[in-house]
Every structure is written in structure tokens, then in C-alpha cells.
Design a protein around this ligand. Sequence first.
Ligand code: GDP
Ligand code: MG
Length: 163
Amino acid sequence: MKPTVVLVGRPNVGKSTLFNRLTKTRDALVADIPGLTRDRHYGHGRIGDRPFLVVDTGGFEPLAKDGIMHEMARQTEQAIAEADVVVFVVDGRAGLAALDKEIAVKLRRAGRPALVAVNKAEGLNPGVVGAEFHELGLGEPHPISATHGEGVRALVEAALDTL
Ligand code: GDP
Ligand code: MG
């Protein structure tokens, strides 16, 4: 069984950009299973000789009665439950947000291996950009740039090494 790497994080941090980078392999099949989910995307990734499944979250089409925040929380919890390891994506340019702290609480409760990826870090000092995310309590933050590719391989290797 391939390990499942699940991407979570608040909207606009770059989860889908990272998903696209991770699944843009030679044989980039979209592994979505029709009827199973509307709000998570499944794809195949590979780093070296290590294949994995990657799950993107964030369709976030809210059921009108509950609202988008409730829907995001529900989807994030479901996705975490499917994960072998979670990559929690945060925005290094926007900085630490209240919603990041809420997601971190869910992750610590879930007890799954989890890493913090500090995205949009291109051109920023890696030590400085990660510093404020230590307080999420999920270990050493990993600066990455999903658009440029910097740090992505090291991030995934670290994620797979938790298993
Ligand atoms: P999602 O809502 O978490 O899936 O975020 P998206 O992948 O849709 O990206 C949100 C925005 O952030 C888009 O405009 C992306 O182009 C931008 N973005 C994503 N990754 C990076 C990055 O590494 N650096 C910068 N500067 N922008 C990024
Ligand atoms: Mg997205």
C-alpha cells in the first residue's frame, strides 16, 4: 500500500499548487474516485523510488445552512482521518493566522504524524520565515515554494520518513 500524504491548511496557502507539483509525474493520473468525494482530490506522486498517494483538500462548497468555516473544519477532519502523514501548509508571507492555530489543535488531537510546510518562502530567509510557526507545536517548520519547487523534495522525504 502506498502511504497517503494529506495536504491541509486554510484557503489560499498553496495546497493545490503543491498538489499539482507533487502529482505532475510522468504518469500523473488523477486518482479521484467518482462518487466517493467531491471535496478531496487524490493523485499519485513519487519522490525517487518512493511512491505515495497525495490528497488535496479545499473544495469547501459550503452547505448553506452550516457555512464555509464549518464545512472546512469537517473536510479537514475527514482528510486527516485518511492520512498516514499530514502536510499542514501555511503561508509564510501572510504569517501565522488564527485559523492555522485551530487546524494545529485538530492535528495534535488526531495523533497522526504531521509536518508544517511554510509555503511562498521563495526569496525569504528560511530561518526567519519559519520561526513564528514553531508555536503550532508540530515540530520544525519546513520552508518551501510550491510554485518554484524549492524545499518540496526535502519536505516529502521528511514526511515519508515519519512512517
Ligand atoms: P489553496 O487554496 O491552498 O489550494 O491555494 P492555491 O494552490 O490555490 O494557491 C493560492 C494562491 O497562492 C495562488 O495565487 C498561487 O499562485 C499562490 N501560491 C501558491 N504557492 C505559492 C508559492 O510557493 N509562492 C507564491 N509566491 N505564491 C504561491
Ligand atoms: Mg485548493
